[in-house]
Design a protein around this ligand. Structure first.
Ligand code: ATP
Ligand code: I3S
Length: 268
């Protein structure tokens, strides 16, 4: 979910203004954020801590009823959503036509490229950051569709090195989307089910940094991840190993000892 710089600036200034106004002249109307999320997302995201913090900044969250027209609900200052589907997109578009003053976080066309694991990495690739201090890039990867003759053939033709990380191509927020497979040998590639993205496994010491950016704010967290794969392991292990969730919030590595060579970015 992305908050645009402009929306964040507006929200920051409105929030600050709200605190100032409340101090001087009593309550100002809250900023109303309508949210349309899956039940899973409501559980993980709509926590009392968030709602209380928002309230202190003059922001109120209101659940959107997806079975009723959007225009009959509200009024909203912001509509925040993480849902898919033609019907929902059409409802958003109709609402946007009628209420251009409402900020939609985010319009479907602005986030479409994040719905696909191939296109979501394109911007990173386009930045060509490989000459900066350190290396920033996308692992060598390819997309395998159901139309391809066989995963084995496609991988052999592209010359990707084993082991390979296999990820579902389409990002739909489901549990299945977060499942990864690690294929150690060529024979096991036929066990993978397209459509998927196959990436070369990149050794990274079993810990990764996850960077969250909202407007000017940057937050870095550390998570445990998949351990390195050595050449000798690769020669001995075969098959496909499945991982339901790698480096999720429960895998926090804030207390892990880091290699002193690893620079720890300062949190803002
Ligand atoms: N090519 C790779 N080489 C090594 N490890 C990988 C690779 N791709 C993914 N991983 C590991 O699997 C995890 C999940 O991969 P995914 O591509 O879903 O990342 P993510 O987008 O950061 O996950 P999330 O959707 O949970 O934010 C990564 O955080 C990393 O630990
Ligand atoms: O908790 P972190 O490490 O930030 O990972 C998030 C993923 O990046 C998001 O993709 C998850 O949202 P979706 O399950 O809707 O894709 C999101 O799911 P959640 O909102 O249900 O926790 C998280 O898993």
């Amino acid at each position: 979910m992305k908050l645009t710089d402009e929306a964040m600036r507006n929200k920051d200034s409105i929030g600050d203004q709200h605190e100032a106004d409340c101090g001087e002249a009593g309550a100002t109307p809250p900023i109303v954020v309508g949210y349309a999320l899956t039940p899973k997302k409501i559980t993980s995201f709509m926590q009392p801590k968030l709602e209380n913090l928002a309230r202190s900044k003059g922001i109120t969250f209101v659940a959107i009823d997806q079975n009723r027209p959007l225009s009959d609900q509200g009024p909203f200052d912001v509509v925040m959503h993480k849902l898919r589907g033609t019907e929902w997109y059409q409802a958003l578009e109709d609402f946007r036509q009628d209420h251009p003053e409402v900020t939609i976080l985010d319009p479907p066309e602005s986030i479409e490229h994040l719905r696909n694991r191939e296109s979501m990495l394109q911007d990173v690739d386009d930045m060509k950051l490989s000459d900066s201090c350190g290396v920033v890039g996308v692992p060598r990867q390819l997309v395998v569709t159901a139309d391809d003759s066989s995963v084995f053939d496609v991988v052999t033709k592209a010359g990707l090195n084993l082991p390979l990380v296999a990820k579902p191509l389409v990002a739909d927020g489901s549990q299945k989307f977060h499942e990864l497979s690690l294929a150690y040998d060529q024979n096991s590639l036929c066990e993978l089910e397209p459509p998927l993205v196959l990436q070369e496994f990149v050794n990274h010491g079993g810990i990764l940094f996850k960077v969250y950016v909202v407007g000017e704010a940057i937050k870095v967290v550390r998570r445990y991840s998949l351990p390195n794969v050595t050449k000798s392991e690769l020669s001995k292990i075969s098959g496909v190993f499945r991982f339901p969730r790698v480096s999720c919030a429960a895998a926090s590595a804030e207390d892990a000892d880091l290699d002193p060579e690893v620079a720890v970015p300062e949190a803002k």
